[in-house]
Design a binder for this molecule. Structure first.
Ligand code: BGP
Length: 490
């Protein structure tokens, strides 16, 4: 086993999925505050105004807002030396366009970073993890408006300057690339870019996320503006503190051709290029890849939004590290009748060699080694970090309060083996954070029941539970893994 001595081991959360305190201390609404819960068979719904009679999982989430000291102490007990979290933009600039930042919001993150420092834990901070202030959506049209680039940079400058001596590792946007996989669907356009169709904004009815509308032209323009915002943030960060390590964050879906039919192989290449490659290439190489212009043409997208000045910005704002989430792989096929996995948003074409989780996410540890190798090939000079990986499952609390989760341990064990193989292969993997080291609200389904944590949280989809924390078997197992720097996986 071959993890380097300074390897970063930890866990990752997002503000809207754990904090709660949704209107406390000056925070205003952000996109996820408007989302109701669903489950594997029922999509989450969106209502453009708050319905006081409905249950919104993110409003209290797991109440990290009031439990952060206890939670960070538990992370420290497991031996974390890194903790990935996001800053909720709407805590700092509640409406996105306020003149001055909200001091109470800034103080909250100061307190978190100070708590991390007490235990020698490095924060890894995502600037925008599906948390665009709602006012930016309704008043400016999210990132479809270039004014939003300025608003994002004002927020970014504020937090970079405030925390420059407390935070070294930053990520600009979470998983911008998912938007490219659903160019006619509006879910991720809303989550990541704050884009909403006028008709949807004015809806009086709940809209299932899968029915939100967008159009590819507007979506790619907004994505481009987010690329520019990200590049300008990287440049600014390096000016504020040259020691900052600033990364992108890609939702990596690994694709395999379903058959050796060359048509499937080509389809697989194309899906990977658009679904993973475009965002990574722009953010790591600093330019749009040539293959995307044919895709634009075939989808009637006019790329004239890419100006000469923007091209220069993208060149100057390339990231210091490529980070990504990895949960699963899927297949690509030109056969329209190819069987798909049953599940929520992570569905894809079924791989006959793989098992899937209860949410239809196909479990593929070998695919992580493959992905790490491919990414290193593609970006040979860029360090890599896995910043989300984990197993969403139903957990059972025994009568004595214990929680036995061997399925989660098995998932992690096999993925850690795959990472160590990749390191042996020569991949510069610098760190790893599990998704949801503590149970939290699922982004895809809005459930508590889809649990990822080493730490159980007593909170349920019917709104019951006292938010108390307890340790699952996997808690002790991960502690041992970190203590042995990945050697002891038994
Ligand atoms: C990623 C998101 C996370 C997280 C994770 C698991 O795409 O960055 O926010 O939620 O997926 O997904 P889910 O919560 O749907 O199980």
């Amino acid at each position: 086993m071959s993890f380097p001595g300074n390897f970063l081991w930890g866990g990752a959360v997002a503000a809207n999925q754990c904090e709660g305190g949704y209107l406390e201390d000056g925070k205003a609404l952000s996109v996820p505050d408007m989302l109701l819960g669903g489950n594997v068979n029922t999509p989450r719904t969106f209502l453009p105004q708050i319905d006081d009679s409905a249950f919104y999982p993110s409003h209290e989430a797991i109440d990290f807002y009031h439990h952060y000291k206890e939670d960070i102490a538990l992370f420290a007990e497991m031996g974390f030396n890194v903790f990935r979290l996001s800053i909720n933009w709407a805590r700092i600039f509640p409406n996105g366009d306020d003149d001055k930042p909200n001091e109470a919001g800034l103080a909250f993150y100061d307190a978190i970073f100070d708590e991390c420092a007490k235990y020698g834990i490095e924060p890894l901070v995502t600037l925008c993890h599906y948390e665009i202030p709602w006012n930016i959506v309704t008043k400016y049209g999210g990132f479809s408006n270039r004014k939003t680039i300025d608003l994002f940079l004002k927020y970014t400058e504020t937090v970079f300057k405030r925390y420059k001596d407390k935070v070294k590792y930053w990520l600009t946007f979470n998983e911008l690339n998912i938007t490219c996989r659903e160019i006619h669907g509006g879910q991720h356009a809303l989550f990541s870019l704050g884009l909403m169709d006028e008709e949807d904004i004015n809806s009086k009815e709940r809209i299932p996320l899968s029915k939100l509308k967008t159009n590819p032209q507007r979506m790619f323009e907004a994505l481009h503006n987010a690329f520019v915002a990200s590049a300008l943030a990287v440049k600014m960060g390096h000016e504020i503190n040259p020691d900052f390590m600033i990364g992108n964050m890609i939702a990596h879906r690994t694709y395999y051709p379903l058959t050796p039919n060359p048509a499937d192989i080509m389809a697989c290449l194309k899906e990977d290029e658009v679904g993973n490659g475009l965002t990574g290439d722009v953010q790591v190489r600093g330019e749009y890849p040539s293959y995307i212009f044919r895709f634009f043409k075939e989808n009637n997208i006019d790329p004239s939004f890419i100006t000469e000045e923007d091209k220069q910005i993208l060149k100057e704002g390339t990231v210091d590290m490529y980070t990504f989430s990895y949960y699963q792989s899927s297949c690509t096929s030109t056969d329209p009748s190819a069987e798909r996995t049953q599940g929520n948003m992570g569905t894809g074409i079924k791989n006959p060699y793989l098992k899937a989780s209860d949410w239809g996410w196909q479990i593929d540890p070998e695919g992580l080694r493959y992905t790490l190798n491919k990414l290193h090939d593609r970006y040979p000079h860029t360090p890599l970090m896995v910043v989300e990986n984990g197993f969403g499952a139903f957990d059972t609390v025994e009568e004595d309060g214990s929680i036995h989760d061997p399925y989660r341990i098995d998932y992690f064990r096999s993925h850690f083996k795959a990472m160590s193989e990749a390191i042996e292969d020569g991949v510069p993997l610098i760190g790893y954070t599990t998704w949801g080291p503590i149970d939290l609200v699922s982004a895809g389904t809005g459930e508590y029941a889809k649990r990822y944590g080493f730490i159980y949280v007593n909170r349920h989809d019917d709104g019951t539970g006292d938010f108390s924390r307890s340790k699952k078997d996997s808690f002790y197992w991960y502690k041992k893994v970190i203590e042995s720097n990945g050697k002891d996986l038994d």
